[in-house]
Design a protein around this ligand. Structure first.
Ligand code: HEC
Length: 111
């Protein structure tokens, strides 16, 4: 059992090390988030169909959380079909940029 835990801990470290190589650039995000806006309301915009989709707010969530959620959709760990399709079309760099952008939204609206 101890051995298994050690292996899992190592695997977790290796995973986060490779993810850290990609640095998100919020300035590169605006043309990548055009397709998100229709479903995810962002401050200043209104979600098109809040009553049709149960769409979570992503603006202001931590970049880490948004990134890991998108990777989970991409890998299939999260099952929502439209988000899976969208995440699959994003590169690791796209995901980092988009996550950096949305994580700054709270700070902007709170100013
Ligand atoms: C077709 C509508 C639609 C579009 C377009 C869309 N999303 Fe989503 N998104 C959803 C829905 C619905 C959920 C909730 C899915 C679930 O329950 O797993 C979701 C969930 C998420 C989550 C997880 C949020 C949480 O709190 O767990 C993230 C992150 C996310 N979307 C990011 C994006 C990004 C980035 C884009 C653009 C590249 C995008 N989405 C485009 C509908 C959409």
């Amino acid at each position: 059992m101890k051995k298994l835990l050690a292996v899992l801990a190592l695997a977790a470290c290796a995973g986060s090390a490779s993810a850290a190589d990609v640095v998100g650039n919020p300035k590169a995000a605006p043309n990548k988030i055009e397709m998100c806006i229709g479903c995810h309301g962002i401050p200043g915009y209104k979600a098109s169909f809040p009553e049709v989709y149960q769409v979570p707010m992503i603006g202001g969530q931590s970049a880490k959380y948004i990134e890991s959620a998108l990777h989970a959709y991409k890998k299939g760990d999260r099952k929502h079909p439209s988000m899976r399709g969208i995440a699959a079309s994003l590169s690791d760099q796209d995901i980092a940029d988009v996550a950096a952008y949305y994580s700054q939204q709270n700070a902007q609206t709170r100013k």
